[in-house]
Design a protein around this ligand. Structure first.
Ligand SMILES: Nc1ncnc2c1ncn2[C@@H]1O[C@H](COP(=O)(O)OP(=O)(O)OP(=O)(O)O)[C@@H](O)[C@H]1O
Ligand SMILES: [Mg+2]
Length: 523
């Protein structure tokens, strides 16, 4: 029996020549069947379908991966296939899947926590200042700069006001600002970056207060613009996930615990369904969640490895800097470069690799490339794979659906794979409408159209299951009488009730300590 480390030997070989047709069947078996580290089976080799195509999990996750291919080639099915296989072996994982089109809600059955715009709770105080500015200020640069300066002052004051209200019986809304202004100026233990909750109504009140102090009325414009923008966001139901629960901010552990599955509670993946979130906000939401993942991983000192899967990544990590998305680009590039050291991994999914921020793709050490017909996109893949594998890229335009080339760290040799069949019930929803079905008869009944127009006018999706699908914590907030913050913190579903299945590395008390350290900087 040949005693070699196939991984090392054949990766070198791959760099020299990846022309698999010169390799005998016996060699194929040695290359692809010998594995000592944990692997998932993704399919069969195209050249010889008796040989299982294996991908090493740790190599794939620790150094990021990408799944790219033209539309309809099977990227989303591959995401579901790969994640299902990984989570089957690793039931206490922490995966967050950004799902802009609500494709994946059925793909993982009851092993996924599906979070929609209706049930997401991502309060403004969890945004850092850059993210807050991106959300609240104008698109016009000069105007945004003026508004940013105002925000700088009023957010700091709003945080101090909230902190003051916590230590006294008065709520911040009742306080007369003139009476406490000096006191707030002196509260230097709270800075702009302190992760302290604040209320948006206090921000509006403080803007009014600052306006009242102005002597020259020609300087009022930026204040008025800012106030108008904030008020229109608050009134827009699509932004409710940022502004709900203002009266009693939800404890940090609840929001973080739900998104990042701490404890896992039998659901190692959370699917963030962004289909009802305005596309101009997608940027800031992805940025906030990714930054929270990075902070959590950093402060947990690698004890909580997290995988962030970015579907349609070119939409919010674009190559073109003029498209904006600064805060997302900033955090995703940081994770791409440094995430490995802290245990935060990226899965980048895109049909347009040429439109993706280039350094992010080049940091992906394992690439699944499905059929790619566009030459510019092929060029980007060519730049991202090892030299020896470039020859195989000539196959890219002719690959079939559910067929992929796999290159990089997680495989011994670049391989052409016929992917396993994903059962119909787990396939991500196809986004294309069936014209022939829907045009066979008139389906637009008056009731249906009433529903459509009502949703359109109120800018909310009227989902009949919405109430039952709501997160228990949210149902409670709607149905129960108001509690004080202290009572709510005490009553919050304790993270200490870690599920027996959860990973021992993330028990409730450990998580609570980590979160406190992370967000209150008590390392
Ligand atoms: N592994 C698979 N098993 C079963 N069917 C598959 C598989 N891969 C692809 N398909 C078929 O191909 C269709 C398209 O796949 P999928 O939706 O994953 O493509 P996509 O590349 O994500 O498309 P888009 O770019 O539009 O998001 C699926 O609806 C399914 O019928
Ligand atoms: Mg897809």
């Amino acid at each position: 029996m040949l005693q070699i480390n196939p991984g090392f030997f054949f990766r070198i070989f791959a760099m020299v020549s990846a022309v698999q047709k010169h390799i005998s069947k016996r060699s194929f078996q040695i290359i692809f069947s010998k594995e000592s580290s944990p692997c998932i089976d993704v399919g069969r080799l195209q050249q010889d379908n008796s040989i299982v195509a294996r991908v090493r999990i740790d190599d794939m996750l620790s150094k990021h991966f990408a799944i790219i291919g033209s539309t309809g080639t099977g990227k989303s099915c591959t995401v579901a296939l790969v994640l299902q296989a990984i989570l089957k072996e690793n039931p206490a994982g922490h995966v967050v899947l950004f799902d802009p089109h609500n494709e994946y809600s059925k793909s993982f059955g009851d092993r996924a926590e599906v979070i929609t715009g209706e049930t997401l709770d991502l309060p403004l105080w969890m945004f850092d200042f850059v993210e807050t500015v991106e959300l609240l200020t104008s698109d016009i640069e000069d105007q945004a700069r003026e508004e940013e300066e105002i925000l700088n002052d009023v957010i700091l004051m709003a945080k101090r006001l909230f902190d003051r209200s916590m230590s006294r019986s008065d709520t911040s809304a009742q306080v007369k600002l003139d009476d406490v202004e000096m006191e707030l100026q002196r509260a230097t233990h709270i800075s702009l970056d302190s992760p302290v909750p604040y209320r948006i109504r206090d921000v509006v009140k403080l803007i009014d207060h600052e306006m009242g102090k102005l002597e020259n009325s020609s300087n009022l414009q930026p204040y008025k613009r800012l106030k108008r923008r904030i008020q229109s966001l608050i009134a827009d139901p699509r932004y409710a996930f940022i502004f709900r629960n203002q009266a009693k901010p939800r404890p940090l552990e609840e929001t973080i615990g739900r998104i990042f599955r701490l404890p896992v509670n039998g659901k190692p993946i959370s699917i963030l369904d962004f289909s009802s979130i305005p596309s101009e906000t997608l940027n800031v939401v992805v940025s906030v969640v990714s930054r929270l993942a990075f902070e959590l991983a950093t402060w947990s000192q690698r004890k909580i490895p997290i995988l962030l899967v970015c579907e349609e990544a070119h939409r919010y990590i674009p190559r073109d800097v003029t498209q904006g998305f600064h805060s997302t680009r900033r955090i995703i590039s940081r994770i791409a470069k440094e995430g490995r050291k802290y245990g935060v991994s990226l899965g980048i999914i895109s049909q347009r690799p040429s439109e993706l921020e280039p350094s992010t793709l080049s940091q992906c050490s394992t690439i699944f490339s499905m059929r790619l017909s566009n030459e510019i996109d092929q060029k980007f893949v060519r730049a991202a794979v090892p030299d020896g594998a470039a020859e195989l890229l000539t196959f890219l335009p002719s690959l079939g659906t559910a067929e992929t080339m796999v290159f990089g760290e997680a495989v011994n040799l670049p391989m052409r794979v016929l992917l396993n069949n994903l059962p119909e019930e787990y396939r991500p929803h196809s986004s294309s409408a069936s014209f022939t079905d829907l045009w066979a008869r008139d389906t637009s009944t008056p009731q249906m159209m009433e529903q459509v127009y009502s949703s359109w006018k109120t800018r909310t999706h009227k989902d009949s299951d919405a109430t039952s699908a709501r997160h228990p914590a949210q149902r409670r907030a709607v149905d129960e009488p108001e509690l004080t913050l202290a009572q709510r913190v005490a009553a919050a579903p304790s993270l200490q009730q870690a599920d027996a299945d959860a990973a021992p590395r993330s028990t409730g008390s450990e998580v609570r300590q980590l979160l406190n350290a992370a967000f209150h900087r008590e390392n």
